[in-house]
Design a protein around this ligand. Structure first.
Ligand code: UDP
Length: 377
């Protein structure tokens, strides 16, 4: 008897539809996943909203389809949005119809193997069900947030109760191995602090002013991203304290946006003052850069707790700190013994992450499993 021929499922004629949430911290990981799946032979269609559309010129290999987000612009062309939570709730209603119509049209043309949507697009499961389409969600925050949220929301009923208890105990462990390798003063002088609070966070004028004086007081060189509109009541730098620029002189640069991953990969970067969005945290780890943590909301306090208390590759800035104390804390991470130890640990964590992405590593294997799963649909 001839064995029954098994036909290997071919990925190169399979189409996947990906639907990112329109915020930078959600668009970036979705497009990175799209890139990986494209190298595995899948055809990629990105459905995106006309609000915060991704830059298509960087991705000629994908097909982009735009749907209306239903957000109207004010006279000066800017969108009047109170908070990102408000926008997310709004979009989860306004996008139902355009997304459903768009998906149905795509299905009329050619089969689609599955939909990969951001987990925060809550409405997409019922659309996928109605079109008899499999849906996979991409969560863009860290895994540890799932048990933490579940413990908060469900309390005693939470399935994850024990896990979170163990994790919190882990966070207060003080017995991590001390790695001590002094860096020369000369080396430290070359390092720059990179400062950015992601693509959404906003702050008051007083917080902005404290940040500025903290930076000035640290006496370190810095590159600071201040997004236009990120300080309440200001277009851009109007609320920068008087005398700040004169004080820092050539030591500091302020920009509206920076190619963050490239900046973090630069050898001159000695530390990242971050709000600990999950992408920023991962990007810093991938480049072996220690962090100064100022978490704002969402998953950021959890990420910052891991950075400071579990991996010990960063220092938490206390909300109570005045700008003088902030300046001292920054200086310590860049030039102090504690900072150089953090830098050593960051480098060894970076190596672990790199290994996990190589053949046989955990991240590599997870992606292989994902591809196998999609091919089995
Ligand atoms: N980002 C960037 N340049 C900037 C600020 C942010 O490229 O000047 C990118 C950053 O690399 C990251 C994303 O925007 O990939 C921000 O995502 P994160 O999860 O850190 O924070 P969020 O914006 O969601 O609060």
């Amino acid at each position: 008897h001839e064995p029954v021929a098994t036909v290997e499922p071919q990925s190169n004629n399979r189409r996947l539809v990906l639907f990112p949430l329109p915020f930078q911290g959600h668009i970036n990981p979705m497009l990175q996943l799209a890139n990986i799946l494209h190298t595995k032979g899948f055809k990629i269609i990105i459905i995106h909203t006309d609000f915060n559309s991704p830059n298509q010129s960087n991705y000629p290999q994908f097909t982009f389809v735009s749907i209306s987000a239903g957000l109207s612009k004010s006279k000066d062309g800017s969108l009047n949005l109170d908070t990102s939570n408000y926008v997310i709730n709004f979009l989860n209603k306004s996008c139902i119809e355009p997304f459903t119509v768009c998906m149905a049209k795509l299905l009329e043309l050619e089969p689609v193997t599955c939909l990969i949507s951001d987990a925060i697009w809550h409405f997409t499961q019922s659309v996928a069900d109605s079109l008899k389409l499999k849906r996979i969600v991409l969560r863009t925050s860290s895994m540890s947030c799932i048990p933490v949220y579940a413990a908060f929301v469900l309390g005693e009923k939470s399935y994850f109760k024990t896990t979170i208890k163990e994790e919190l105990e882990l966070m207060t462990e003080k017995d991590i191995e001390e790695i001590h390798k002094d860096r020369s003063e000369k080396g430290n002088k070359e390092l720059i602090l990179y400062v950015s609070f992601g693509s959404i966070a906003q702050m008051s004028e007083a917080e902005f002013s404290d940040m500025a004086w903290g930076l000035a007081n640290s006496k370190q060189r810095f590159l600071w991203v201040v997004r236009p509109g990120s300080i309440y009541g200001s277009q851009w730098l109007e609320s920068l304290p008087k005398g700040f620029m004169e004080e820092v002189g050539e030591r500091g640069r302020i920009v509206k946006w920076a190619p963050q991953q490239e900046v973090l990969a630069h050898q001159a970067i000695g530390c990242f003052w971050t709000h600990n969005g999950w992408n920023s945290t991962l990007e810093s780890i991938c480049e072996g850069v220690p962090m100064i943590c100022s978490p704002c909301s969402y998953d950021q306090p959890i990420n910052a707790r891991y950075v400071t208390d579990v991996w010990k590759i960063g220092a938490m800035l206390d909300e109570e700190m005045n700008w003088e104390q902030t300046g001292i804390a920054i200086k310590k991470v860049i030039t102090g013994k504690e900072g150089s130890e953090m830098r050593q640990r960051s480098k060894s964590l970076q190596e672990k992450v790199n290994k996990s992405m190589q053949k046989g590593g955990s991240a590599y294997q997870s992606l292989e499993n994902l591809v196998d799963y999609i091919l089995s649909i």
